[in-house]
Design a protein around this ligand. Structure first.
Ligand code: SAM
Length: 289
């Protein structure tokens, strides 16, 4: 008799409101042989809520590679496994990638059981241009790395979106304010699906003031959406205000040559006018000490 292989189910769980789970997710969690969870205690609360008493094994960042081969072996032996994270869709800024890759490489089946995802919930309610958008996960941890991250994205003309924690939301907005234009539209979607759900769209400068002055705006979990920059016309032989702003910022940190190279790379502009502007800026000493 040929042994039937098990399947790996990627099961989305709620991002706050426990009612945000599908019938199919509950059925899957009930029917699999094992549940692989980012935090076994956390998932037990959810399972208890739905009267599910299945066996749970740990799958976190630190044991993912080892767990991947063990999960492949278990699937080969015919067991079916559900993978869940602490909240939302697994693998979206959550563990699971090595497991899913290993299961594909073993020619076994991966089945997504769809459901909540904070970035999709935020985008669906934000009222900003969606296609295309770029999801960035979490921003870098240090202020200087974050500012570089924002500078690199400042000329992108499409929407970008990232996750942020309550510990860093204020620092993050301050770093954005240091390098992005004050009128750039920002959406903060906090505590989605929960009691204090808040979705606010404001120009960056006003958003910073709001988060500085309202302590509630520094509590909970955050999705931040940034509307794209107004497109720069690269056919013109002149330098656009956004290019000049980026160039000025880079000139405070780099040589003229490097600042020009990076501005061309970031904005896609023409080298000659950017180079001339860089020379003018450094000669007039407006940005260099
Ligand atoms: N896998 C999850 C998903 O599908 O959205 C994301 C997990 S990631 C480790 C956690 C981050 O997602 C939080 O720090 C926050 O930025 C965002 N997030 C999760 N739940 C949220 C909620 N209810 N409201 C706003 N942001 C949320």
């Amino acid at each position: 008799m040929i042994q039937e292989m098990g399947k790996l189910y990627i099961v989305a769980t709620p991002i706050g409101n426990l009612a945000d789970i599908t019938f199919r997710a509950i059925e899957t969690l009930k029917s699999v042989d094992l549940i692989a969870a980012e935090d076994t205690r956390h998932v037990r609360m959810l399972l208890q809520h739905y009267g599910i008493s299945n066996k749970v094994i740990a799958l976190h960042q630190h044991n993912e590679d080892k767990a991947a081969s063990e999960i492949v072996e278990k699937l080969r032996s015919g067991l079916s496994i559900a993978l869940v994270s602490d909240a939302g869709t697994p693998l979206i800024s959550d563990p699971g990638m090595p497991v899913v890759k290993a299961v594909h490489e073993a020619n076994l089946t991966v089945v997504p059981i769809v459901g909540a995802c904070a970035l999709i919930a935020a985008l669906s309610a934000a009222g900003v241009a969606i296609t295309p958008f770029t999801f960035e996960g979490f921003t870098p941890r240090t202020s200087s790395a974050r500012q570089t991250f924002f500078v690199e994205r400042s000329a992108i003309s499409t929407t970008w979106i990232f996750y942020e924690s309550c510990h860093r939301i204020l620092d993050c907005l301050q770093d954005m304010t240091a390098v992005l234009p004050p009128e750039r539209s920002i959406v903060i979607a906090r505590e989605l699906t929960k009691l204090h759900e808040t979705i606010v769209k404001l120009p960056l400068a006003e958003m910073l003031t709001l988060v500085e002055t309202d302590a509630n705006m520094r509590r909970g979990e955050f999705v931040v959406i940034v509307e794209g920059a107004v497109k720069i016309d690269v056919s013109e032989n002149t330098i656009a205000p956004e290019q000049e702003r980026i160039l000025k910022l880079l000139l405070t940190e780099c040589s003229v040559k490097k600042a020009v190279e990076l501005t061309v790379e970031i904005t896609g502009g023409k080298k000659k006018p950017i180079y001339q502007a860089a020379l003018a800026l450094s000669n007039t000493n407006t940005v260099l000490n």
